[in-house]
Design a protein around this ligand. Sequence first.
Ligand SMILES: [Ca+2]
Ligand SMILES: [Ca+2]
Ligand SMILES: [Ca+2]
Ligand SMILES: [Ca+2]
Length: 382
Amino acid sequence: MIALAPAIATGAPTAEVEPNDNAFQAVGPVGPEGLTGAIQVSEDVDLFLLQLRPQRQVRINYEVTNPGPSCTTGGFRSVRFRLSERIEGNLISTGETYPGVTSDSETITTPGVFGGPSQLYQLRVNGGDNETPGCAYRVTITDPTGGPTDALDPTPLPAFPGVATPEPNDIPAQAFGPLAAATVYEGGFETSNDTDILYFKLAPGTKASFELSSIVGTTNVSVRDDSDQRINNNNFVNADVTGIVDFEVPASGTALVHLAASSGTLPAVTRWRLRILSAQFTGPTQRVVAKKPIKAKALRVRTRARLLTTRVRLPTAGRLQLRLVGKGRSIGIGRVSASGPRTVSITYRRPARVATGRYILEMRFTAKGRPLGISRARVIFR
Ligand SMILES: [Ca+2]
Ligand SMILES: [Ca+2]
Ligand SMILES: [Ca+2]
Ligand SMILES: [Ca+2]
């Protein structure tokens, strides 16, 4: 953390840049001179990001800078300000102006732990209900006497590369991933019943979390393990706020994220954005990121008359078990153990009591007593 001297009030305020109507578009971080903007159109929403150093006594000043006819003609016009934690959405300050009362202020102590890092907040500005636009506004942050403060931290936010997630991704087999650290993943609900599925490979048993933002509508979210069991408690993220979704990584190390539009949201407009926050992704090294799925790989699966021949690559030391599944049966046809990465061959002769036809060959790979994955291949006995 860079220690900044107070009173660095030499530049211009941070001006809004439209569009800034949702969590993806928020302007910031706001510099020491505060911010300016305007309610240009009816139902305009303006969002800003503020980084506040913790445990500063500050006065937050909300004011309308054109209280004349362009802002007040036509009746009662108010401008509302809501400053909240960016992640949880808890309000830390509010303000409101209206004709005759063109400024408002609130004196608070910024949240957080003294000496700790700056926290990110979102300021939402909008016009009052059923009113026409025209008001320009300014928000400044001073110490409680109106003097300078170092509470606003202008350190640029880290930039993350964005990755657009492709369709189709509606069933687990099409899930997009594995998701990487320091990357923002984006997608949208192109149809009203669209589901977008992504997956993580993480160290089993660790706590993991990601940040999820939604535009316009509400995004339903569930995190599931390999057997489609839900492993998170969070359910949805509303537009304009950023939610944190946390979960414990299941033993397989794979977690699937299901995202879906809430009923009533607009397809083709609702978009989502996701970024992993887990410590194991954001540290200086990625060594704790789990390895790729450990599965046996079929190099050859061939039938000739009654004979099934296979060649299977084992990625590590472990035990491979082959089963034929089909016709209502699951038949163990061979197993082999290896003390290191190895290619093995298993041959099986179909006895007369096993019918001809289509089967799935299941290759179950186990290491140190833990099931690590199942690969499958089609088998036809003619
Ligand atoms: Ca605006
Ligand atoms: Ca706006
Ligand atoms: Ca989609
Ligand atoms: Ca989809």
